[in-house]
Design a protein around this ligand. Structure first.
Ligand code: HPA
Length: 234
């Protein structure tokens, strides 16, 4: 047990999928895994371990934002030995070529700051995905026929952004979408020598104002879980 995770040693698999929403973790575990066991419910942050095609996998909520993700990922890596960590979540589209429902596989994550800022100080570290996972996820998404984009995303500290000028600069520099967790996941994976990736569905669009209707969210989320599982065990 750790401060934030009630799992026993050995309860957590080496491969961990990380949705922001703990209820999404439950849905994904119930839908895609067999032999599912609840391994954490501290503070309502649900984690489940089960089997997918003969492979052991944990699906654990990360919460929203980098400080929350950082707590869970630090403990999953340092106390439970997680080796492959894949964020599955939603993002806001930032290019006209990126449509609502499309999948983004995040090669890099630009930020204003992350919880690792204290370590990096004046250094602008470039958080990037594990290349093997990135390639496997892009291949899995293509094989499924899902419209997929591979490139840079923006990990923001705010959902209610008061800086439209920054959005404009990100768009101008080819950033595909905005979310709130991937950069710190990539920092922590780099620090501890683990594999990390973020696979995201575009749930809303900053340029068009379009948003995914709630009835479509489950299907697109399911596609993303399958892409992440296939990439993890490719
Ligand atoms: N901003 C930040 N995070 C998000 C967004 C957004 O527009 N959409 C989904 N996650």
């Amino acid at each position: 047990m750790t401060v934030h995770i009630g799992a026993q040693p050995g309860d957590i698999a080496e491969t961990v999928l990380l949705p922001g929403d703990p209820y999404r973790a439950k849905w994904a575990a119930d839908t895609f895994l067999t032999d599912v066991k609840l391994v954490n419910e501290v503070r309502g942050m649900l984690g489940f371990t089960g089997m997918w095609k003969g492979n052991r996998v944990t699906i654990h909520g990360s919460g929203m934002g980098m400080p929350s993700l950082s707590i869970y990922v630090n403990e999953l890596i340092k106390d439970y030995g997680a080796k492959t960590l894949i964020r599955i979540g939603s993002c806001g589209g930032m290019q006209h070529s990126v449509k609502v429902r499309d999948v983004i596989v995040a090669m890099t994550a630009t930020t204003l700051s992350t919880p690792s800022r204290g370590i990096f100080k004046e250094l602008n570290f470039a958080p990037c995905a594990d290349y093997g996972l990135l390639r496997a996820a892009a291949d899995a998404a293509e094989a499924k026929g899902t419209a997929t984009h591979v490139g840079g995303i923006y990990s923001s500290d705010v959902f209610y952004d008061e800086r439209p000028d920054l959005t404009e600069q990100m768009t101008r520099h080819g950033i595909l979408g905005v979310e709130m967790e991937a950069a710190e996941l990539y920092n922590l994976a780099a620090r501890h020598g683990r594999r990390a990736l973020a696979v995201l569905t575009v749930s809303d669009h900053l340029l068009t104002g379009e948003a995914l209707p709630s009835e479509d969210r489950e299907k697109t989320f399911g596609d993303m879980v399958e892409i992440a599982l296939e990439a993890a065990f490719a």
